[in-house]
Write a protein that binds this ligand. Structure first.
Ligand SMILES: [Zn+2]
Length: 170
């Protein structure tokens, strides 16, 4: 939700509301290195809902990533964020998308917001691959805490508020 919220200024600036979806997606990507990643369970139903083929596109990616990278390892570093943004930019340029830069920016802010939020938790993140980095030296917000729920709620208000006003503008 925070990943989507940080995409709001980018989407608003470029007048492209769908960028919020991209930054939401980017905010979920870093946890593909976790055994219980949200994106892992994302399913595409082909044909009939019950008997049709079910595709979990990120399940393979995630299994692969959990094999190579430890949870909150490289994938949670600044290097991974920059690599992710670069891949987004290259794909955008290869597809000759005129909006490759807004796309790259939305992907970057979503990804980085995830890293910053994890840097608020007690375990921190390996920002530069050297030890655990915390956003604030003396502040630790445990996962599932009251402050976390408050941040999610605030982010939801920002996203819904933006999407409603953007929707009524068209
Ligand atoms: Zn994470």
């Amino acid at each position: 939700m925070v990943g989507a919220a940080v995409g709001v200024p980018v989407a608003w600036f470029y007048g492209l509301p769908w960028l919020v979806g991209l930054s939401l997606f980017a905010g979920l990507v870093p946890d593909l290195d976790a055994p219980d990643a949200t994106l892992k369970h994302w399913t595409i139903n082909l044909g009939d809902r019950r008997r049709g083929t079910k595709l979990k596109p990120f399940a393979i990616v995630s299994s692969f990533m959990t094999l190579i990278f430890p949870h909150r390892g490289f994938v949670h570093s600044l290097y991974a964020a920059l690599t992710f943004g670069l891949v987004g930019a290259i794909i955008g340029l290869l597809l000759h998308l005129s909006v490759w830069w807004p796309i790259t920016l939305a992907l970057l802010v979503g990804y980085i917001s995830h890293l910053l939020l994890d840097a608020l938790t007690p375990s921190g993140i390996p920002l530069l691959m050297r030890g655990d980095w915390h956003l604030f030296p003396h502040l630790r917000i445990p996962t599932g805490s009251y402050i976390e729920h408050l941040m999610v709620a605030l982010a939801a208000v920002v996203v819904l508020g933006y999407l409603l006003t953007a929707g009524s503008a068209y």
